[in-house]
Design a protein around this ligand. Sequence first.
Ligand SMILES: [Zn+2]
Length: 261
Amino acid sequence: MVDDQTLAIGVGAAGLIDAEAHEILMSSAIPDQRAISLQPIYEVAAKCPLVLANDMQALAIRWMLTHRAEISQDVLLVGFVDGSMGAAMLIEGKPNRGCVMACNELGHTRMPVETDRCYCGQTGCLEVICSTSFLRRNGLPKEHTLQSILSMEERFPSLDRMLELLATGIANSVNFVRPHRLVLVSNLLRYEKFSVPLTRQIRGMLLSELADRVRIDLWDQPAFQSAETAGWAALANLYTDAWEPTTMTTSGDKEKVAAKT
Ligand SMILES: [Zn+2]
């Protein structure tokens, strides 16, 4: 696909990525935990700018670019589906670097409640709380799921408990980061039975000085890991210098750099 018309290439991946070594170190997509090299993609890209991003960070910049948001703002994006959660923090529109490229692991923030064991090895993780298995553990009959009860009139105490814990985890992270915007991303937000109490409780748990200042945006985007999202990360490189490409340096380039210095 790489030709003269290609402006840039975006690569998005879940998990922990070593951007300098061009390797995915760990990801739920590679259960045997061995590092996977991205070098073949860099070799195909050659000198075409290649923007490497964690998939949740790419989703955050996609949201910024498609929702007329101030690109220089701080945004905390929290995405979740039944049993899975990821978050991304952009500071002035840039992904926060940290010691390794990854999303912000809000899903493994732990609460002192009994849950099934998370794939990370612990219990009480927020992403396991936001799941059908947690609702069933708290009395939801087996024939129902998290999504199926959201279109029902009936009230479920297990859902109230889940929403309270989810709001607590998200509100704590907002108080910690104090972003301009909190963006919640989930297909579950289509249901008022879910979105209204969740946002009300999050606001209620924010510091009062923050509650008036932090915007809460809802995005019922259904799919996280799409190729289009990675493409938006590549476009971000054209609109802002906050998303720099990590294009492979060829040996010829290295010689030129050495000659300049
Ligand atoms: Zn976990």
